[in-house]
Ligand binder design. Structure first.
Ligand code: FAD
Ligand code: MLT
Ligand code: ZN
Length: 464
């Protein structure tokens, strides 16, 4: 790997790909399943931000569990390193979902794109329990492997709750069938949880059974502004109390995010243009009673304004206004990468303290970079982005290890929902005890003794 943020020495224990390997892969996947074209392989070697660059020479496109199993069994015996990939390139291929309408359970292959699954289940009167800005390209297998959180977490919780079953191929090619569709099953250890959020380091997810909530008829979205962070906190508490069971999103962003979105995103406009407020909050409600739900949100907004928590606010009157509100929030990451270099941190911090680090970071970075604070406030999840025109060691030294030490002191998490990947593999100790990391390493060694799956990611090299 080479990147602005990490330099990894290739582990010489791994074999180097040779022409016989390529012939073998062609024998199981056919010519079209084995990609050597330099341009296509190059795309798969770069992450979405263009920050991390790998050096894989070959891209394989298996279409079935059997093909994944044959690839892994071969790579394990040859000790060839493998990086499972979902939305970056569509590694696992297209597929046909199956649906149990009585119980609302979707069973599908890992290569399904999240947005396609959403449309599929919506046609049947259900929704996916997760939604994120990358929905058009991320795969459900990638979502599960990262334990993606996203915009509906506040209402439907973690994938650890919604995923009912998985099929996973282990490093040696063994197919582990855990694809049950039962709500309750206390027979022994619940092994699927090991693979949810393990970022491709323990196995390749090939099939998924997931619980989908009913699609409710009334959705309302409000875009509000607050003059200070304490008002955002009070507003969250008030929203939980007053909107209760219909609250389906509580997202926040500071003024810097709005300015950035207005500058870089096409076709969006600021719904509250009159004054530059310090903070903005997007609240969504989803319920089953159209007139009551709307009245509830309107009354909440009025009360919050009277109480001085909200400076100004607007409720979307149609789908196009609602999608403009969402586009602003979901487009922050897209707008960020247009600046050039993004130092991205994804922290879980108690809500009362959550914005302190944004302000401290602004003081540290000064005019070297622009600091954004946004995220899933309802889940205590801050996205702290530091933007600059290009990567520099000087900025990085102002950010790290400060950001990790600060978070650790609050007993927060250095990765709320994005995972550790390459960026934070060596930083895990800021959020996990050495005993916990040792146990993780033992599990890794048990399931992947040759360490062929996703090398250099998730766990520190020193424990493997
Ligand atoms: P990839 O990027 O291809 O892979 C991610 C990891 O999973 C890698 O470690 C890979 O090895 C592993 N992996 C992928 N597929 C498999 C598989 N089948 N089996 C085993 N391992 C596998 N994340 C959030 O949590 N919340 C958000 O709100 C959110 N919003 C985003 C918005 C944008 C615009 C972008 C670009 C990203 C966002 N993300 C978010 C991060 C990312 O989209 C999610 O983590 C997503 O779940 C990754 O899916 P993917 O298919 O793209 O996986
Ligand atoms: C988000 O909530 O927008 C995402 O997790 C993506 C990001 O922070 O870039
Ligand atoms: Zn997020």
């Amino acid at each position: 790997f080479s990147s602005a943020a990490a330099h990894i020495q290739r582990n010489p224990a791994y074999s180097v790909l040779n022409p016989d390997d390529v012939s073998y892969f062609k024998s199981i996947l056919g010519e079209s399943g084995v990609v050597q074209d330099e341009d296509r392989v190059a795309v798969a070697n770069v992450d979405w931000m263009g920050k991390y660059k790998g050096a894989s020479q070959l891209l394989l496109l298996p279409k079935s569990t059997t093909e994944v199993s044959k690839i892994l069994s071969y790579c394990n015996s040859r000790r060839l390193a493998v990086v499972p990939q979902g939305g970056n390139t569509g590694l696992v291929g297209g597929s046909v979902p199956v649906y149990d309408e009585v119980n609302g359970i979707l069973t599908c292959e890992a290569g399904c794109v999240l947005e396609n699954l959403s449309s599929f289940v919506e046609n049947k009167g259900f929704i996916m329990p997760l939604d994120l800005g990358a929905k058009g390209s991320c795969h459900i297998g990638g979502n599960i492997s990262t334990n993606a959180g996203g915009l509906r977490f506040i209402r439907y919780g973690s994938l650890h709750g919604s995923v009912l079953g998985l099929e996973v191929v282990l490093a040696n090619g063994t197919v582990l069938d855990m694809l049950t569709t039962l709500r309750k099953d206390n027979t022994g250890y619940d092994l699927k949880h090991l693979f949810i959020g393990s970022e491709g380091s323990l196995g390749v997810v090939t099939k998924v059974a997931i619980l989908t909530p009913a699609k409710l008829p009334s959705t309302n979205v409000a875009f509000l502004s607050c003059n200070d962070y304490i008002s955002c906190q009070k507003l969250l508490l008030a929203a939980k109390r007053s909107l209760g069971e219909i609250l389906s999103a509580f997202e926040f962003m500071d003024r810097h995010c709005i300015d950035l979105a207005m500058k870089h995103l096409e076709g969006v406009h600021n719904p509250l243009p009159v004054s530059p407020y310090k903070f903005y909050v997007l609240i969504e409600t989803t319920g089953s009673d159209e007139s009551n739900d709307k009245a509830k949100l309107e009354a909440f907004l009025l009360r919050s304004m009277e109480d001085g928590l909200v400076a100004d606010g607007v409720i979307a009157q149609d789908i196009s206004q609602a999608s403009n509100f969402w586009r602003i929030r979901e487009g922050i990451s897209e707008a960020s990468v247009k600046v050039g270099a993004v130092y991205k941190y994804d922290l879980s911090i108690p809500v009362e303290k959550l914005y302190d680090i944004v302000e401290e970071m602004r003081g540290r970075v000064g005019d070297m970079g622009e600091v954004l604070g946004y995220g899933h406030l309802g889940d205590g999840n801050l996205h702290l982005n530091i933007l600059s025109t290009k990567y520099s060691d000087k900025i990085l030294a102002q950010i790290e290890p400060f950001v990790y030490e600060w978070t650790s002191k609050q007993r927060g998490s250095i990765s709320a929902e994005h995972g550790l990947g390459l960026m934070k593999a060596e930083k895990i100790h800021y959020s996990k005890s050495s005993e916990a990391v040792q146990l993780m390493a033992s599990i890794k060694k048990l399931l992947d003794p040759n360490s062929i799956l996703n090398p250099y990611k998730v766990l520190p090299q020193s424990v493997l």
